[in-house]
Write a protein that binds this ligand. Structure first.
Ligand code: IVH
Length: 676
């Protein structure tokens, strides 16, 4: 057989196994006996081992083998299920605690106690109880909207169906992890790569009778929405969970101080092998619920919790090639194509090399034998290469100096803050002019945090680009559906679904809209700040007419780097064209304040000097929560200058000259109707 025939045969087998998967997982009606399935799977694996050019993301070595079932109803979480920030070492933890202390304006770390809980590597679920009865259970989904998997959850013994304890809240979402114990995993079949996939797969069976056969377990650790709960700390909440009949983690502990967190991490990492289920780190949560509330959330994760990961699994493999990927912001990222290797239950064939400097520092070359590491959901990366195993004729890897996609020059920016050259090399093209950048920009535009167009995945963006259907963001709202309908893999129903998803997203918040434009340095948090300040699309677009960006420096959190980047964005003609076309097609919703009826309504504030018992960040968030607005210059627009200890005298004098109210902390608290 020649290579083409081998490929043909391989893809035929992949197609067949997909068909088997569909019947097994989605329809719950296997069409072949297990042995036949396993035989086919083995053949595919052997082919991939023998011929390294064979690769498919549909291969059983790459995926669990099935798509999420469409059988479940999507339901909104009353309180979002957020993710956690990660810490990998002591420095990350020190920073985490420093931020907490700064935010809460605390000086002594001994004032903060943590609930340290092993992070189970399973699937999270949210169980809604009303009057002690288990009513509804949702999967995490995208955090905002999950799938209604109540029927399947009801088959799990660890989930209490009815709770009669007096202090059980009238309404509450109990949240925790569904998982399979390692010994149980070994007993079931080996169609799943690891226990986590097995838990996920069986939880999302259409037929709950099948879920029932799988020994799923549930450990509870937090809550979402609640009504009538009178508990002050996480450790107390965990105790109550136990008394209400939930299983909690036997290794939960309360701890003070980063040094003790590290010690505990080390001990638990040692014990990890003896624990009956997979844990991939420890979650530290500020124990006091009042402090948690004050700390609140930043973007997608709470400020009061972090996941301290265990060190990664690693394996040895060979670097077959180095490819250069081009990201949305033009960054050239080298990726090592490696001989596929199993790392902690997952087949890995790509590993990031980060940037040009990293390749030079580690002298990584094509053909080298390398150690590859994979930690949790983090992209696998090359740790080091074995110089002893290097071939004599090996040559240094030369990083391309021109963009492999569009041929433009590439540069390393000079970072004004660090006074150093960036490690990352970037394509200098203006954006949509470079094919690879343009495709990545469109992927970003439709992504979950941006326009969130259901079913418009990365593969579709790439395909539509190739077919000239989408070259710029506005093309998404002008699609030729007749053309799409006749494409392979598309039909009447899928086209009408796509049309529906796109139509649905034509109305969008200003914050999401700004984020979706993919302006460098403008992530979700900055997009939110800009939207809150500018209030309407009209004001945002005015920036391109007035070319006056100085007012943006009034926004707390937006610095010179961001302003420069916004300026560059508006100086680009293609961007202006994209904006004007999008404006025609979309309804961008103006920002109305979350609570626009608080006691500080229509009032502007500025802070100077150190406040007592409250940090700058918390003071600002308190003003905003009560409908006030923060500005960072003394001008006629300012209503109140709040002064703390050692204020900037110039600011105070300027304010007095302009007849602005200069108030101290107590006076401010009185306005807020609080006593300090
Ligand atoms: S608390 C906002 N506690 O880790 C706080 N999460 O990346 C959110 N997890 O999706 C979760 N053990 O699946 C929390 N003791 C624990 C946990 C835990 C495992 C998982 C959970 C979540 C992910 C966060």
């Amino acid at each position: 057989m020649n290579n083409d025939q081998i490929k043909k045969d391989y893809f035929k087998k992949i197609k067949l196994i997909q068909e088997y998967n569909k019947y097994y997982f989605d329809k719950n009606k296997p069409i072949v006996p297990d042995q036949e399935y396993d035989f086919l799977k083995k053949k595919i694996i052997n082919l991939e081992k023998k011929y390294l050019f064979l690769k498919s993301n549909k291969s059983p070595t790459q995926s669990v083998g099935f798509k999420p079932s469409k059988n479940f109803k999507k339901t909104q979480h009353k309180v979002a299920m957020l993710s956690l920030g990660n810490a990998f070492n002591e420095e990350d933890l020190i920073n985490f605690e420093k931020k907490i202390l700064n935010f809460l304006s605390l000086e002594n770390s001994s004032q903060v106690e943590y609930s340290a809980e092993p992070k189970i590597d399973g699937i999270s679920a949210s169980l809604f109880y009303k009057n002690g009865k288990f009513i509804k259970g949702l999967s995490r989904g995208d955090g905002k909207e999950g799938e209604d998997i109540t029927k399947n959850l009801k088959t799990i013994k660890d989930i209490p169906k009815s709770i009669s304890a007096k202090n059980f809240p009238v309404e509450i979402d109990i949240r925790g992890e569904i998982f399979i114990q390692n010994d149980d995993f070994e007993k079931i079949n080996e169609k799943f790569a690891n226990p986590r996939n097995a838990a996920s797969g069986s939880l999302r069976q259409k037929d709950s009778a099948i879920t029932k056969k799988i020994p799923l377990k549930f450990i509870a650790y937090t809550y979402g929405f609640e009504k009538g709960m009178k508990i002050n700390t996480q450790s107390c909440f965990l105790k109550n969970l136990k008394s209400w009949g939930f299983k909690t983690n036997p290794f939960n502990k309360t701890i003070k101080g980063v040094k003790n967190l590290i010690l505990h991490h080390r001990i638990l990492e040692e014990k990890r092998k003896e624990i009956k289920f997979d844990i991939d780190g420890i979650v530290y949560k500020v124990n006091d619920f009042d402090l948690q509330k004050r700390l609140g959330f930043a973007a997608n994760a709470p400020r009061w919790a972090i996941a301290h990961k265990f060190s990664a699994h690693s394996s040895i493999s060979q670097i077959l090639n180095v490819e250069i990927q081009i990201g949305r912001t033009g960054a050239l990222t080298p990726v090592a194509k490696i001989k596929p290797v199993n790392i902690g239950g997952v087949m890995v064939s790509n590993a990031t090399l980060h940037n040009e400097d990293e390749i030079n520092r580690k002298d990584i070359r094509i053909g080298d034998t390398a150690t590859i590491e994979r930690a949790g959901d983090v992209i696998p990366h090359v740790i080091s290469v074995d110089l002893k195993k290097r071939a004599k004729n090996s040559t240094k890897f030369i990083f391309p100096k021109i963009c492999p996609s569009c041929g433009s020059n590439t540069v390393k920016d000079f970072n004004e803050t660090t006074k150093k050259e960036d490690a990352v090399r970037r394509c200098t093209s203006e954006g949509y002019e470079c094919e690879k950048i343009a495709i990545e920009k469109i992927k970003h535009f439709v992504s979950k945090e941006a326009f969130n167009i259901d079913g418009f995945g990365k593969k579709i963006v790439e395909n539509f680009w190739k077919l000239n259907l989408v070259k710029l963001p506005q093309d998404i709202f002008n699609l030729d559906y007749k053309k799409i309908k006749v494409l392979e893999g598309w039909g009447e129903l899928s086209v009408s679904n796509l049309k529906f998803s796109i139509e649905e997203k034509k109305k969008i918040s200003l914050e999401r809209f700004i984020y979706s434009l993919g302006i460098r340095h403008i992530g979700q948090e900055n997009a939110k700040l800009l939207a809150r300040h500018l209030k309407s699309l009209g004001n945002f677009l005015k920036l391109s007419i007035n070319k006056d960006f100085s007012e943006l420096s009034n926004i707390d959190g937006i610095g010179e780097t961001q302003i420069k980047s916004i300026q560059n964005f508006f100086f680009n003609q293609t961007n202006l064209k994209v904006l004007s076309k999008l404006k025609e097609k979309l309804t961008v919703i103006d920002v109305t304040q979350v609570n626009d009826n608080g006691p500080l309504k229509n009032k502007t504030f500025m802070l100077t000097g150190k406040l007592d018992g409250i940090s700058r960040a918390e003071a600002k968030s308190l003003i905003e929560q009560n409908s006030g607005k923060i500005i960072s210059n003394v001008s006629k627009k300012l209503d109140f200058l709040i002064i703390g200890e050692k204020p900037t005298i110039k600011k105070v004098n300027n304010a007095k000259e302009l007849n602005i109210n200069v108030i101290n902390q107590d006076e401010w608290m009185k306005i807020l109707n609080k006593t300090s």
